[in-house]
Ligand binder design. Structure first.
Ligand code: ZN
Length: 77
């Protein structure tokens, strides 16, 4: 990954933390999906999962997945 990506990455991680609310089931790294809104916790699912080790994410309902750059692109591009 090139240097510019490495520089912007911390900002994007903060941003993702802002837009994804923790799921009510308290599952680790389980969030509400910012794209489809799933994972609100009513069905006790942690639909939208973030993997901090690799900065990747995955939503098991709408099937979106990728890294944080993909997420940003999916929302705004
Ligand atoms: Zn989703």
């Amino acid at each position: 990954m090139n240097d510019n990506f490495e520089k912007i990455k911390p900002f994007l991680i903060d941003y993702v933390n802002e837009i994804t609310q923790p799921s009510r089931n308290g599952g680790k790294n389980h969030c509400i999906c910012p794209l489809c809104g799933s994972g609100a916790g009513y069905d006790h699912s942690g639909t939208f999962t973030v993997y901090p080790d690799t900065d990747r994410y995955c939503c098991f309902v709408c099937g979106t997945k990728g890294d944080i750059f993909d997420l940003y692109g999916a929302m705004y591009l």
